[in-house]
Design a protein around this ligand. Structure first.
Ligand code: UD1
Ligand code: CA
Length: 479
């Protein structure tokens, strides 16, 4: 027998029950599409070729594959005439394919690579012509039932809608994942009919046909039935997401991550969390996010493609494509937009938004600021309410704030402008000209006090009465 292995992934259905313009297999599940998860698990068993059968919304599925799995081949199934038909045309498009053919469904994303490996190994060791992955489930509604004889040998699969009451009572179901011998599979596929309730070519009928041809068929039962869950509507999608969430969180907790509330912590399969990280309730770690040891994240924080260094803290904040180096502090209520880079020990505090900014070691932007398209030197202090006006309506301009610079509260820096190392900006300034090292910039009107103005302009008002009282008190204490 050939030692070749290949995988056929069925993804031609639209998934009508999703009620979506997007094909079902492109819906997202903690960092990958449903199809992306299946591509990943099938790749792990080392196939020489992977063929995806596309049909409904084929453009979208093909574009997704070109981006995320350029090595896979696609076969176009114009009409969805059944799972058997889909596999048949895939094999027709790959006439030289030999050895083991794994067939998996694009809508069943939770299968562990190890389990698929166990199926393929059992299949090859027993030299079966067909081996089906099955599960024993509490609620088999809608799924194919595995019919066995008295001594436990698999006889066939019967679809729910074609099953009689005895068959409906069977709790062992077909997962929709199989390993076949290519030559035997080709032979049986040619015999498929559409004599069933849906009038489709059922791949499941290959099991019975294989046995009738005198060839060996077998079954591998999964230990964890959640691995074979498929997604047909959005309620099931949410169910799958919880299963995967729990799996990811359990693995992380076993590896040394503290997760205070696993039910409200959503971590993509692509994110990395080091041991001794503390995740407080309500966090989402998405994409290529990585959090280093000793960092504390949350509560209620979303990090997308964001790197957080050791012993840093991000509290009640939102970060996208940001870098938070060792010991840096973010939040509460900060918004780090793309290319915000905090060096070691830097701080971005409450109600501050940053974008495309390098914030030097130990620099502080503690409250109510917007800093964009800028560099902030080491140990600079940006006071409350400082705004960098980086956009003039046509272009974005750069602002340079030097090391140790002190920009006092409620100042506006109009880009492009430089506040040099050790420069000082007085509170409430609107800075349009560069400030050199050691200089004070004061850019605001001088204060003018006009005596008697209230009595003249606002006679009899609350202000006037308060002023009169105060002036009288002053007079009597002066006597
Ligand atoms: C299928 C199995 C059923 C099994 C269940 C597990 C058959 C006949 N039934 O049922 O025994 O318990 O999966 O989830 O195989 N597809 C195509 N082209 C087609 C038809 C389907 O590519 O012409 C794809 C779908 O997009 C989907 C997968 O095949 O990704 C499964 O098809 P679906 O219609 O969902 O099969 P089920 O009714 O769920
Ligand atoms: Ca299905």
């Amino acid at each position: 027998m050939s030692s070749e292995r290949s995988a056929i992934i069925l993804a031609a259905g639209l998934g009508t029950r999703m009620k979506s313009t997007k094909p079902k297999v492109l819906h997202e599940l903690l960092g990958r599409t449903l199809l992306g998860h299946v591509l990943r698990s099938t790749k792990a068993v080392g196939p020489d070729r992977r063929i995806v059968v596309v049909g409904a919304a084929a453009d979208q599925v093909t574009a997704h594959l070109e981006q995320h799995a350029p090595d896979v081949e696609t076969v176009y199934q114009a009409e969805q005439l059944g799972t058997g038909h889909a596999v048949r045309i895939a094999l027709e498009a790959a006439p030289d394919l030999e050895g083991t053919v794994i067939v998996a469904c694009g809508d069943a994303p939770l299968l562990r690579p190890d389990t698929l490996g166990r199926l393929v190994e059992a299949h090859e060791q027993a030299a079966n012509a067909a081996t089906v992955l099955t599960a024993v489930v509490d609620d088999p509604t809608g799924l194919g039932r595995i019919v066995r004889d008295e001594d436990g040998s698999v006889l066939r699969n019967v679809e729910h809608r074609d099953a009689d009451p005895d068959e409906l009572a069977i709790s062992e179901i077909n997962s929709g994942t199989y390993a076949f011998d290519a030559a035997a599979l080709r032979e049986q596929l040619a015999k498929l009919t559409t004599a069933n309730d849906q009038g489709e070519e059922y791949l499941t009928d290959v099991l019975e046909l294989t046995r009738e041809a005198g060839l060996r068929i077998g079954a591998v039962v999964v230990d964890d039935a959640t691995e074979v869950l498929a997604c047909n509507d959005r309620a099931q999608l949410a169910g799958l997401r919880k299963v995967l969430r729990d799996r990811i969180n359990t693995d992380l907790m076993k590896s040394g991550v503290t997760i205070e509330d696993p039910d409200t912590t959503w971590i993509d399969v692509t994110a990395k969390v080091a041991p001794d990280v503390l995740l407080r309730p309500g966090c989402q770690l998405k994409g290529a996010t990585a959090v280093d040891s000793g960092a504390e994240i949350g509560p209620d924080t979303t990090l997308n493609d964001t790197l957080v260094g050791a012993d840093a803290a991000v509290v009640r904040s939102h970060a996208d494509q940001a870098t938070v180096a060792e010991g840096a502090k973010v939040g509460p209520f900060a918004h780090l937009r793309p290319a915000s880079k905090l060096a070691e020990g830097a701080k971005v505090g409450a109600f501050t938004e940053t974008k495309n900014v390098e914030i030097g070691p130990g620099a502080k932007i503690p409250h109510l600021s917007y800093i964009g398209d800028a560099t902030v030197g080491a140990k600079a202090n940006i006071g409350c309410g400082v705004i960098v006006a980086n956009y003039n309506g046509t272009s974005k301009e750069h602002t340079e704030i030097g090391g140790g610079a002190f920009v006092s509260c409620n100042s506006t820096l109009i880009a492009p402008v430089t506040v040099a190392d050790g420069a000082y900006v007085a509170a409430g300034s609107t800075v349009t000209d560069d400030v050199a090292p050691g200089e004070l910039a004061v850019a605001r009107a001088r204060q003018v006090n006009k005596e008697g103005w209230v009595a003249k302009r606002l006679p009899g008002t609350v202000v006037d009465e308060a002023a009169k009282r105060a002036l009288k008190d002053e007079e009597s204490s002066g006597e």
